[in-house]
Design a binder for this molecule. Structure first.
Ligand code: DAH
Length: 347
């Protein structure tokens, strides 16, 4: 019996080499585990095995079954990979010269992102990035956002299917992967690997189930800031954001803080700004950022000493800033790749 199992296994390993399509995989499976399959015959033959040999033969049978199941899985993955590569078509050659000889230029959103980062770099911030696929832990739990918070709702958040796998992003067994709804998740990732003091900004792509209109897009960009040290106060936060707004929008720009709520900061504020540039566009105050003093529970989650350290955090939308800076009145222009629009930002 065991010899037979061994020869079935070897036959299967040999036969697997000829499996390239789903139909071939199905035929291959039928040959082994179908109603008349080789392995099925062995299972049926177990009744005739003498009682004292049963445990040993049973174990050998289970081993072979497991190996063969793994082989099926491996073949299926190989086939799926080939199918998705076929769907993607031939690889793009980015080294090909542009047919009309036009030099490339950074996308307006990338230009604004770089401008924002450089303002923060001047005062000692570094730029860090985090993954766009996140787990509930980094996007919500560690940010003191309870499981019944509306932001976690399927209405607002894109969750990935339960069987989705991302080898480079670890998650707990019962957690779901999602597309990050804000760049605040990078705060957590950064603090978990860096002891205080911290001064970072983190730009990147975010996703929410918004219906697209002139000011909303399901895919947009934010920049997150985090400052942690001893004795950090709201005064420091206000001074930094004032510096930022003036660098970006001119010396006469000013900010106004309104009380707000975010689970990960206490107190929390929304920040509006006003400037002569804005008045030309016809408004007095425009909201530009959310911010606050880092909630002690966030420090607990990342292992920072809540007695010794304090900090502030802020987050803002890059599209909104780009729209204000350039007088763009519809967010969708940024994503349509219309050359007539993009060309106006060529540098
Ligand atoms: N995460 C917020 C949003 O997506 C923005 C934000 C608000 C970030 C307050 C912060 C903060 O770090 O402290 O709207």
């Amino acid at each position: 019996m065991e010899d037979k199992l061994q020869s079935i296994l070897e036959g299967a390993q040999q036969g697997a080499k000829d499996v390239a399509t789903r139909a071939e995989l199905e035929a291959f499976k039928a040959r082994l585990v179908g109603p008349k399959g080789e392995l099925t015959q062995v299972v049926k033959g177990m009744g005739a095995v003498p009682k004292e040999d049963k445990p040993r033969v049973g174990r050998a049978l289970n081993e072979v079954k497991k190996t063969i199941e793994a082989l099926f899985q491996e073949l299926l993955e190989g086939i799926e990979e080939k199918e998705s590569a076929a769907r993607l078509g031939p690889p793009l050659d980015p080294s090909l010269p542009s047919p009309d000889g036009v030099r490339g230029s950074l996308h307006p959103l990338a230009q604004v992102r770089e401008e924002i980062c450089s303002i923060f770099r001047k005062v000692g911030f570094s730029v860090v990035e985090g993954p766009e696929v996140e787990t509930e832990y980094y996007c919500f739990d560690a940010l003191n956002t309870p499981s019944d918070h509306p932001a976690r709702d399927l209405q607002d958040t894109y969750y990935l299917p339960e069987n989705a796998r991302f080898g480079n992003i670890s998650k707990k067994e019962d957690e779901r992967y999602l597309l990050r709804t804000h760049t605040s998740s990078v705060q957590i990732r950064h603090m978990l690997k860096t002891p205080p003091p911290v001064r970072v900004v983190s730009p990147g792509r975010c996703f929410r189930r918004d219906t697209a209109d002139a000011t909303h897009s399901a895919n947009f960009h934010q920049i997150e800031g985090l400052y942690v040290d001893e004795d950090v106060s709201v005064k420091d936060l206000k001074a930094l954001l004032d510096y930022f707004i003036r660098s970006l929008l001119g010396k006469d720009a000013r900010t106004r803080f309104r009380p707000h709520f975010f689970p990960y900061t206490e107190p929390s504020f929304e920040v509006d700004f006003s400037s002569s540039h804005l008045r030309k566009l016809g408004s007095e105050w425009i909201e530009i950022a959310g911010c606050g003093i880092v909630h002690p529970s966030v420090f607990d989650a990342v292992g920072y000493d809540r007695e010794k350290y304090s900090g502030f955090a802020f987050g803002m939308g890059i599209e909104r800033i780009a729209m204000i800076l350039h007088g763009v009145d519809d967010i969708r222009y940024f994503y349509q790749n219309d050359f007539r629009f993009l060309q106006q930002f060529a540098r």
